[in-house]
Design a protein around this ligand. Sequence first.
Ligand code: PNW
Length: 446
Amino acid sequence: MLPPADSVLWQKNFLLGAATAAYQIEGAIHADGRLPSIWDTFSATPGKVLAGDTGAVACDHYHRWEEDVALLDMLKVDAYRLSIAWPRVMTADGQANQAGIAFYRKLLQALRAKGMKTFVTLYHWDLPQHLEDQGGWTNRATAYRFAEYADMISRELAGLVDAWATLNEPWCSAWLGYGNGHHAPGKQDVKLATQAMHHLLLGHGLAMAHLRANDPAAQAGIVVNVGHATTTGNGAADQRAAMLFEMQNNQWVLDPLLKQRYPAALWELWPDAQPLMQDGDLAIIGAKVDYLGINYYFRSNVVSDGQHGYTEVPLDDVERTQMGWEVYPDGLRHLLVGFKRDYPHLPPIYITENGMASDDKVVDGEVNDSQRISFFNRHLAAVDQAVKAGVDVRGYFIWSLLDNFEWAFGYERRFGIVHVDYTTQQRTPKRSAQLVQQFLAARRSK
Ligand code: PNW
C-alpha cells in the first residue's frame, strides 16, 4: 500500500485511522450496570441475525481493550474512531453510570497517551431498550433523551475527544430499523421510518448545542452513509430511478442537515409519509457542524419499477465482496464531487468508514487478504482524486480495525484488518494491516 508520490495520503495532517463500534466489538453486555439495548433484543429474536449470533461476547473488547490499544499503537494509526454504548453510561432514570463511563475514560486516556486522535460517536445503533419500549425513535421524546445523554457524556469526557459525532448513519437507523426491518428494532413501515429519521436528526441538532457548550475545543459533527446509483435502463424513467435512489439514501439525510429542508421528491416516492414536525425543528437540525463524516461502501444499479419508484437489478460481471456489495471506487469520487457541487455549505469531510468483508482464514499464522488491499488502494486513489478536484477531505478511517459482529450477518462477514478467532479471541493482523503499518512508518520517516 504505497500511494503515488503526489497522493494526499502522504500529507502528515491527512488522518489515516481505523474504526469500530461498541456493540460490534465490546461484548460484556451485563457488565457494570449496562442496560439492554435494542440489538440485544433483536439478536435474541430467532431469525433476525444469521446463525443466531449475538453481541453478547463479540471481540470481548470490554475486557481486552488494552490489547486492542496496543494493536492500534503497533499500526501507529493517526486516529481511532469508536462509539460509546448509551446503555452502558446512562441509567434508566437518566443518571450517569460511573462504572460504565470509567471504561471509556480509561480507553480514551490510553489512546491519547499513545498519541492517537479520538473520534467518538455517541450513537452507533444501540438504543436503550427501555426507550424503544416507549416507541424508540418514532417517539419525539427520544430526541430529547438523546440530547440529555449527549449533555451528560460530553461533560464527563470533555478534553479527551478530538471529534464528536452525534449519530452514525441515521439512514440505517431509520430505514433498516423502522422501514424494511433488517435491523433493530425490526419495524416495517415507511411512515415510522420517516418519523424516526426526523427525530434522529432532531436529536442530532439538540445534541450539537451540548457538545459545543461542554467541550468547545473538540470538533462536533455527524456521520452519514451514502450510496451511489447508476442505471442500465435507457429511458428517462430509469434515469429518474437512479436519482430517486440517491435521494432516498443521501438527500433524505443531507438536505435537512445542510439545507434545512427535506427533498420535495421524497414525498412523491412516499406520498403519505411526511413526518410530524414542529416549527423550528429544521433550524435545529441544520445547526452548523464542524465536519461531515461520510461512510461509503458500494454502487447500486437500478431501473424504474414502472410506477413511481426504483427497483434494484444487480449487475453481472462486476467484482463483489463477501457481502455481495460491488467494488466501485469511482462512486466515492463521484459522490464527493457531487456533494461539493450541490451543497454550498458543505463542511470539511472525513471518510469515517470504508472497507469490505472477505472470508479470511489464518494459514500458517498469516491472513492474505489481497482483495482488501486492492480495495483500499483503489478507494484511497478515489479520495485523492476528489481532493484534487477541490473537495476538502481531511482523513480516512478503515472499517474496521477488527473482524466483528456484522449486525444482521453476525460473525459470518469479516471486515477487519485484524482477524479475530472467536473461540480463542486471538487477534492476527492481516496482510492489509501490515501494509497500513508499513505505509505509516514510511510516511513518518519522510
Ligand atoms: C455500516 N447499506 O453499516 C455501519 O456503520 C457499520 O457498523 C457496519 O459494520 C458497516 O457499515 C458494514 O456493513 C451499513 O445497506 C450497513 O447500505 C448497511 C448499509 C450501509 C452501511
